[in-house]
Design a protein around this ligand. Structure first.
Ligand code: NAG
Ligand code: NAG
Ligand code: NAG
Ligand code: CU
Length: 239
């Protein structure tokens, strides 16, 4: 009898320890129009907190995210948590009119995202019309505190968000596609971390550059956030 009480006590203690490691991580996402210049011309794009690509969310395995989405734009929006399983709690995982109503202009909604066994590089993006073209970012889930990567810890993390850019307004590009059918107009540039490569006009000074030390190991967190393209990624002169 006493042993049972002891075992039960230990179990409760263990559960308590596990529980205490999971945190609630809160982020504020203000969805708004922001003026960005690419390919020699500027236009307004939809962003989160004025950032393109959007802010990186960092959490640990098992954490719960609360993302307060404040829609200051002129169109409906939801944010989808790409790669998060959300077992038995799909109610704020993003797909508009499927698991939740869109967040309307001038309103706010807190999206609750319960992480379970996800670990590594995931991402988030908008999930209404073509808003995800510019509204996206990394969701980095680190191992639980006190545990390690299943490989030697890299020297540094390097985000590599692949995307594309249209010179025209994204809503206009989408509406044209809906009207015509067929294939959407291809984008005017492919981008890494929101910047076209150095072969496009006006982009040379801004192209994403990553400086590395020879012999060190870097972890590339690669996400394909392009609208419609399958992407191939390689590093020149490397295997
Ligand atoms: C964006 O900013 C530039 C430079 O300040 C300005 O010339 C341009 O009119 C702005 N574009 C829009 C769509 O507001
Ligand atoms: C925006 O969302 C509301 C409900 O949340 C819906 O009634 C309305 O039709 C939506 N607007 C568009 C353009 O989809
Ligand atoms: C770059 O600009 C030049 C001169 O305006 C133009 O002729 C050329 O087509 C542009 N190249 C690209 C890749 O947009
Ligand atoms: Cu998605």
């Amino acid at each position: 009898m006493n042993t049972h009480v002891l075992v039960l006590g230990l179990l409760v203690l263990l559960l308590g320890l596990l529980q205490s490691q999971a945190a609630v991580v809160r982020y504020k996402f203000v969805v708004q129009e922001s003026n960005y210049t690419r390919l020699c011309s500027s236009k307004n794009i939809l962003t989160v907190n004025g950032q393109y690509p959007g802010p990186t969310i960092s959490a640990h395995r098992g954490d719960t995210l609360i993302v307060d989405v404040i829609n200051q734009a002129t169109q409906n929006i939801t944010i989808h948590w790409h790669g998060v399983k959300l077992p038995r709690y799909p109610w704020s995982d993003g797909p508009e009119f499927i698991t939740q109503c869109p967040i309307q202009p001038g309103t706010r909604f807190s999206q609750k995202v319960i992480l379970s066994d996800e670990e590594g590089t995931l991402w988030w993006h908008a999930h209404s019309d073509w808003s995800r073209a510019t509204v996206h970012g990394l969701l980095v889930v680190s191992p639980r505190i006190g545990t390690t990567f299943p490989f030697p810890k890299p020297h540094a993390d390097v985000p590599v968000i692949l995307g594309d850019w249209w010179k025209n307004d994204i809503q206009a590009v989408m509406e044209d596609f809906m009207r015509r059918g067929g294939d959407p107009v291809p984008s005017d540039a492919l981008t890494i971390n929101g910047q076209p490569g150095d072969r496009y006009n006006c982009s040379r000074p801004y192209t994403t550059k990553v400086y590395v030390d020879k012999g060190k190991t870097y972890m590339l967190r690669i996400v394909n956030a392009a609208m419609n393209n399958i992407m191939f990624f390689a590093i020149a002169d490397h295997e």
